[in-house]
Design a protein around this ligand. Structure first.
Ligand code: AMP
Ligand code: ZN
Length: 484
């Protein structure tokens, strides 16, 4: 049965949920702003890719032929989005005394490892910024005469040359957040560099010749060029974190308008992409999300503490992507328990299909799930329908599997391949081995059978002393767990 609820998505450009109408019949073309590979991604960054993944999976589920592109920024992203500061890549390479190429490769691989661990599907293409520099120069040449001016430090885009600049951010051109004039000679405070010249007497590790002298492309230019080159303007959906709504994406839109020789944004197609979608932030009050803090919140830290990475994916799905999500270890622990419960429900042998009209019940489940996910990706609601299916009595294993598989293609929690043993990850700090734990538990069982409760308690305390919590009567059937 084909999914039938109309898909509506919230468009940041119009600030409305709109029915999705593809540019090309039956297709969906999506561009996601990818990571700047100068450091490990934190789990907040990964929320942006879990969101883009659920969007892509939903478009596939709805029957569209999906082309998803995610870029890898390996040059041009400054430490401040508004043209101030140093190139993040150059700075890290200098700090680590390594070549930029090595830094980029290392952190790209680390990012891909997180993508894999979170069961994020591979996009059709990963575009790497340094592969597109020639096209970036061509794009800049095409818009320079009408929209740009040159200063000593680079080629600048004059935002007053396009209509509706900043509509996405809803910021005033001169006073919006972050619009501090830091470069002398800029015509408007919001003007931004599309080509940054290497200062005289300096050499950058990454620089290219251009009509404006040796230098490197601006970060905003990169995304305009890569998205247009691979997907063609206009394409359907552009995604990123909500911070990109303020500077990066308005600047991409301005360049796209200039490039496509179109003006006002009343026709959303003039912005390069019809729909601009933004995930809200994952927040953490104690500042551990900062890449400069000691124990910074990488996915690997979660794993080191004994949490399966898909518990983090589930944590993300439990909140709507447009809501802020507060991170806590308790919340992550609860998500892990919920994932365990899903596996248990799935593994329970079910009574065979009863007499009732099963096809009607199946249609009802499918319809409710479809409605939830089609309503601007309401994953919290979709999850509850999924769980209802997993624990529905009398549905029969075959039916249950077929419905659940259909839903799982959107949720991506990998529950059909995971085992409960997979979810039990050994915290890195643990010193006791599983064999030792099992042996002590066996001895404890013997003691209890012999009604030697003093010994049984002593063994339990011994385990507790080594970080193992014995879980007698655990409703999920877990005998023990290691404290993180
Ligand atoms: P960056 O590598 O800094 O360009 O960031 C990669 C992606 O993560 C971008 O889409 C950002 O908007 C997004 N992002 C950054 N911080 C957070 C956060 N705390 N929660 C969710 N998304 C974030
Ligand atoms: Zn981008």
């Amino acid at each position: 049965m084909e999914p039938s609820a109309p898909l509506t998505l919230f468009n940041s450009l119009t600030r409305r949920a709109e029915p999705f109408q593809p540019v090309h019949e039956g297709e969906a073309r999506v561009y996601t702003c990818g990571p700047t590979v100068y450091n490990y991604p934190h789990i907040g960054n990964m929320r942006a890719y879990v969101f883009a993944d659920v969007l892509g999976r939903t478009l596939s589920f709805k029957g569209y032929k999906l082309t998803h592109v995610i870029n890898i920024t390996d040059v041009g992203h400054l430490t401040d989005d508004a043209d101030d500061g140093e190139d993040k890549m150059e700075r890290m390479a200098a700090a680590q005394k390594q070549s930029i190429w090595d830094v980029a490769e290392h952190y790209k691989q680390a990012y891909w490892a997180d993508v894999h661990a979170l069961n994020i599907r591979q996009p059709a293409q990963w575009t790497v910024a340094t592969d597109y520099v020639a096209q970036m120069i061509d794009f800049a040449k095409g818009i320079a005469a009408k929209h740009c001016y040159e200063l000593d430090s680079g080629l600048y885009f004059d935002v007053s040359t396009v209509a509706d600049y900043g509509r996405l951010a809803r910021a005033q051109t001169d006073e919006g957040e972050g619009r501090i004039e830091v470069v002398e000679g800029k015509r408007n405070a919001a003007d931004f560099a599309i080509w940054r010249k290497t200062p005289p007497g300096e050499t950058r590790q990454m620089e290219w010749d251009s009509p404006w002298g040796k230098g490197a492309p601006g970060w905003h230019l990169e995304c305009s060029v890569m998205s247009g080159a691979v997907l063609g303007f206009p394409f359907d959906i552009h995604t990123g974190g909500i911070d990109h709504r303020e500077i990066h994406h308005p600047n991409e839109i301005a360049q796209n308008q200039a490039h496509c020789c179109t003006n006002g944004l009343d026709d959303a197609a003039n912005s390069g992409a019809k729909v601009w979608m933004h995930n809200n932030f994952l927040v953490e009050r104690s500042g551990k999300m900062s890449k400069s803090s000691g124990e910074f919140l990488r996915l690997q830290l979660l794993i080191d503490k004994g949490y399966h990475p898909l518990a983090y994916r589930l944590l993300c799905l439990q909140a709507h992507y447009r809501s802020e999500l507060e991170f806590s270890w308790e919340g992550l622990g609860a998500a892990l328990t919920r994932l365990k419960r899903m596996l248990i429900a799935l593994a329970k042998s079910d009574r065979p299909a009863g007499e009732g009209d099963i096809s009607k019940r199946e249609a009802d489940f499918r319809h409710r799930f479809d409605q939830a996910i089609s309503d601007d990706l309401n994953t919290p609601l979709a999850l509850t329908v999924f769980e209802e299916v997993l624990s529905a009595p009398g549905l029969g294993p075959g039916w249950k599997m077929s419905i659940a598989e259909h839903m799982e293609s959107v949720l991506g929690l990998n529950v059909f391949n995971l085992t409960r043993a997979d979810l039990r990850i050994r915290p890195k700090s643990a010193t006791i081995t599983e064999a030792e734990i099992e042996a002590t538990l066996a001895a404890r069982k013997e003691a209890r059978a012999a009604k030697d409760f003093a010994r049984s308690d002593a063994l339990r305390d011994e385990l507790a002393g080594r970080g193992v919590e014995v879980m007698d009567g655990d409703p999920l059937g877990w005998e023990w767990k290691l404290a993180p």
